[in-house]
Design a protein around this ligand. Structure first.
Ligand code: SF4
Length: 924
């Protein structure tokens, strides 16, 4: 018992302690006496208290035996010594009367209503003993036509009770303001923006309205609340790094719907279109269902044993003739931690090489490297929930409302509530439209603009001197560098307004808590790692690190890219980020794996491609990465693949890369496997099998393990829990993780042996002891220096909300109904010069290749910049992107490709373009 007196309030005469989360009487009562103690109708714990229906009314007295007052418990704060009465005849009559009035505007025949038992209105009515109502409403809004225009949701407003939950969810959770209430009195009804059909509205399909609707007036197409399912399985989304918790509904062994579970920390009541609706790929007819070996240019179905034997013989031949370093592996951020761990173990312990990498190479390897150099740990310093504690957001090179939609929506909500926002982005993204300071820099000039911000903070004497003195080193050199900067030159090369940058820098330095997020617009540059280190400088000199609501927070792209790197799928660091060049570390892994650990440094992905072309790498095993479509300069990648003696591709679909393979092994989706993913905030979360693997397929961990055994390595039969236990033994920051301890909400690493996890890194000291301040000059990208004269536009690429990377999964869902091609955004000035109009087809080309794309003329892109996505193999946009790389990590420079654009045709294509021919060749 603490010395401090605990505050209590009384529920039906009994005292209960008031906790920090008891922000209303309703929350207080529910937390002690359960969900059903006080009925509710318009309340949703994920929404702000509304107090419209008043079904949750309770009586409250301010002292024992004092006079009572009826209040709506959902929005009345609980106070010390309050006496709360949850039920008496008066309250029950009041509640019944309210619900009866609600029922007057609702179909009363529950027996024929589709919604059945999951209807919250029916449940409340039943609990209150209501079987009929006494009132007549001649204007009852029956007969409203059902709106079936949306790909994923239905509106049946006959069932609507005007509780407003859907409108509030759209506003408060998603921030899209698509739904609204129109009309008055009995005429009031839900409408979409401009009274459009649901499917034609600006809905972004997050499903928050369907999730909260108590009566199924808005419901998912896949499963209205009426469908009885066999089981619900909680799991973690396999698209982006937000790591939303999902609840799958399984019927007859098939996943039929996905919703959000009630209890979540990551995504409370929210998902995006991908996590909630784009799961139809998992049992799509295109799924690979048998191992395949290519013979005489054609794939033949073979048994698993034959496939393993074939691979074994080829690998052994390569190893005998050229040594183990002639073999390499590329692991998958789609796969679980356990699968990534066994794969890197196979490459290192069973094959004997450090040639193992993953897609972090082409996304956040500069983040990991840069933050390791400055802080000692390369992962996000803070938790997503810190968004609620920040006063200012600095977003650099990220489009979170498209690429990390649930986190993007949270930031958007906070900004709409008045928190400040700085965005550094050449594109006017949705989040940039809300920014107080949108610095529209030229791609490739992040270092210039960050140097400017650092300069203005130093010159404005806005440093956190205590932090700099006690927690950092290298300040003198840092200061010398700042003093030598030519701000006019930097502003000119970046194409930015000095005053705007100055104001943004002052805002960042003077806000109480400034929280930074960055994406691939930081890392996918020649100076990507340097940019990350300057972001670290910004946080350190202003003391915005090591506490709540601040920090440096990479938005990791793929669901488990953090985990793939944590598990050692990197050529220079093994599981737990131990440097494999260190003899002591080699001995450590040798002891753990029971096999001599390789000593030679491994190759990074671009080096693997070059080595394949040079015949130094002859065998490559790729899991779940469509490198032909997603890695830059596709022609170079294809040449590398075609140079190999053995290409093994473990996939769920016949991807562009799989088409070039010698052996294809059919893996499974996240819905068919157990394990864990680690999200962008270091949260290790459980992945639970919802459906059995499709016939002919195997979970990826099983495939790798069986291959290890075939190669003679003594690896036990694959069991995700056992592998996790091994990971906990090898990786120090996984020490206290067990599957049981992860529970529903997961744990954020580092996790101590006793299971305590870590929400904020670097609170007292950095892993390096003191944080290292670094200085760098801006340098023009080699790509621009060499090519901009001939190719005067800068191409930068990213994703749309509806699709994910190569769109291998999302293209096999109804998301394709919404977006079905890559579009080229061109600034009106550049378009005019080239006589381009909306809908025209243009040739986009560089020194590497060319593609043809439909044009959208828009000032979302700055003059001199063009933008597109790379979701569709029909276009193969990476034919055009270049070979530029981050100087330290070799991360591809996707954000800067020198290109030219030329009109091919007006609106509709008249003939097949060279790019289409090229893409056709790749596809076949
Ligand atoms: Fe999945 Fe990311 Fe969407 Fe969440 S925000 S549902 S993790 S894709």
């Amino acid at each position: 018992m603490s010395a401090e007196k605990r505050k209590v309030a009384y529920i039906d005469g009994k005292p209960y302690e008031i906790g920090p989360n008891h922000t209303s009487i309703l929350k207080f009562v529910k937390s002690y006496l359960g969900e059903k103690k006080v009925p509710t109708l318009c309340d949703d714990p994920n929404l702000a208290p509304y107090g419209a229906c008043r079904v949750c009314s309770v009586e409250v007295a301010l002292e024992k035996d004092g006079p009572t007052k009826v209040v709506a418990s959902c929005h009345t704060p609980v106070g010390e010594n309050q006496h709360i009465f949850t039920s008496n005849d008066g309250l029950q009559n009041l509640r019944k009367n309210i619900v009866e009035l609600v029922l007057t505007d609702h179909p009363m025949n529950c027996d024929t209503c589709e919604v059945d038992k999951n209807c919250e209105l029916q449940t409340v009515a039943n609990d209150l003993g209501i079987s009929d109502h006494r009132y007549n409403n001649p204007k009852q809004h029956k007969g409203t036509p059902k709106d079936t225009s949306h790909s994923y949701m239905r509106m049946n407003l006959d069932n609507c009770i005007n509780c407003g939950r859907c409108v509030r969810a759209c506003d408060e959770i998603q921030g899209s303001f698509v739904l609204t209430m129109s009309g008055r009195g009995f005429e009031s009804r839900i409408t979409t923006d401009n009274d459009m059909l649901f499917g034609d509205s600006s809905c972004v399909s997050c499903g928050a309205c369907a999730h909260t609707c108590p009566t199924d007036a808005i419901s998912d197409v896949f499963q209205s609340k009426s469908v009885k399912v066999d089981k619900k399985v909680r799991t973690t989304c396999s698209y982006c790094g937000v790591g939303c918790n999902l609840e799958t509904s399984v019927k007859d062994g098939k996943v039929v719907a996905i919703d959000t579970p009630k209890e979540t920390e990551v995504n409370a009541g929210h998902t995006c279109i991908k996590g909630r609706y784009a799961f139809g790929f998992y049992d799509h007819p295109d799924r690979l269902r048998s191992p395949l070996i290519k013979r005489n240019g054609k794939f033949e179905e073979v048994s698993w044993d034959d496939a393993y034997e074939y691979i074994k013989q080829k690998l052994e031949k390569i190893k005998n003739e050229s040594g183990p370093d002639a073999i390499a592996g590329i692991s998958s951020a789609r796969c679980t931690n356990e699968e990534n761990y066994v794969f890197q173990k196979m490459i290192r312990a069973a094959i004997g090489t450090n040639n193992i990498d993953c897609c972090a190479r082409i996304c956040h390897s500069p983040t990991a490297w840069g933050m390791q150099q400055t802080f000692g740990t390369g992962a996000a310093t803070n938790s997503t929930e810190d968004i609620y504690h920040a006063d200012l957001f600095l977003i650099i090179g990220a489009n979170p409302t498209n690429a990390h939609p649930v986190t993007g929506a949270k930031i958007k909500q906070q900004v709409m509530k008045g928190k400040k926002l700085i965005v550094l982005d050449p594109i006017t993204t949705d989040i940039a439209k809300l920014a107080d300071y949108h610095i529209r820099l030229r791609p490739g000039t992040n270092v210039a603009v960050l140097n400017m911000m650092l300069y203005y903070i130093v010159k404005g004497n806005l440093l956190n001197k205590d932090f700099v003195e006690n927690r950092t080193e290298g300040f003198d050199e840092f200061l010398n560098h700042i003093n030598g900067l030519d701000i006019d030159h930097l502003a000119s090369v970046a194409g930015v307004d000095k005053q705007l940058v100055k104001e943004a820098a002052i805002a960042y330095a003077t806000a109480k808590n400034s929280m930074e997020f960055h994406g691939l617009g930081v890392t996918e540059h020649e100076q990507g790692s340097k940019t990350v280190m300057l972001i670290a400088d910004l946080a350190m000199i202003t003391g915005n690190i090591g506490r709540r609501g601040v920090g440096v927070n990479p938005l990791r792209g793929q669901n488990n890219v953090q985990g793939a790197a944590d598990m050692g799928c990197q050529p220079h660091q093994g599981a737990g980020y131990f440097p494999v060049a260190d003899k002591k570390i080699q001995d450590f892994y040798t002891e753990k794996y029971g096999a001599v650990h390789p000593t030679k440094a491994g190759l990074k992905i671009p080096e693997i491609f070059d080595a394949a072309i040079n015949k130094e790498v002859k065998g490559l095993w790729i899991i779940g990465e469509d490198i032909v479509q997603t890695d830059p300069n596709s022609a170079h990648v294809i040449k590398a693949m075609e140079s190999l003696d053995l290409l093994v591709v473990q996939e769920i679909f016949m991807s562009e890369t799989a088409k070039l393979a010698d052996v294809v092994l059919p893996g499974t989706t996240f819905l068919e496997k157990d394990g864990t993913f680690t999200n962008t905030e270091r949260r290790v979360q459980r992945v639970n099998k919802a459906a059995e693997p499709l016939p002919g397929t195997k979970p990826d961990g099983v495939i790798v393990t069986e291959m290890m055994q075939k190669l003679g390595y003594d690896q036990p039969t694959y069991d995700a829990d056992q592998v996790l236990a091994e990971v906990a033994d090898v990786v120090p920051f996984f020490k206290g993780i067990t599957r049981e301890r992860l529970g529903k909400l997961g744990l954020q690493w580092p996790v101590k042996e006793d299971g305590t996890d870590t929400k904020i890194l670097h609170e007292k000291e950095f892993k390096l002891g003191k944080g290292r301040l670094k200085s760098f000059d801006w340098k023009e990208s080699t790509e621009i220096k060499n090519n901009i004269k001939e190719y005067p536009l800068i191409l930068t690429t990213s994703r749309v909300l509806q699709h994910y990377n190569a769109a291998t999964m999302t293209r096999r869902t109804k998301n394709l109904n919404i977006v079905d091609e890559d579009i080229l955004l061109v600034n009106p000035i550049d378009a005019k010069e080239r006589e381009l109009n909306n809908g025209d087809i243009a040739r986009l080309y560089s020194g590497r290749g060319e593609v043809s794309l439909k044009v959208e003329v828009t000032d979302k892109v700055k003059e001199g910049i063009v933008f597109t996505t790379f979701h569709f193999p029909e276009h193969m946009v990476n034919m055009v992107t270049g070979d530029g790389k981050d100087e330290e990590t070799k991360c591809a420079e996707y954000k800067v490709s020198a290109v030219q654009v030329q009109k091919i045709s007006n609106k509709f294509k008249t003939e097949i373009s060279p790019s289409e021919k090229q893409a056709e060749i790749v596809r076949n």
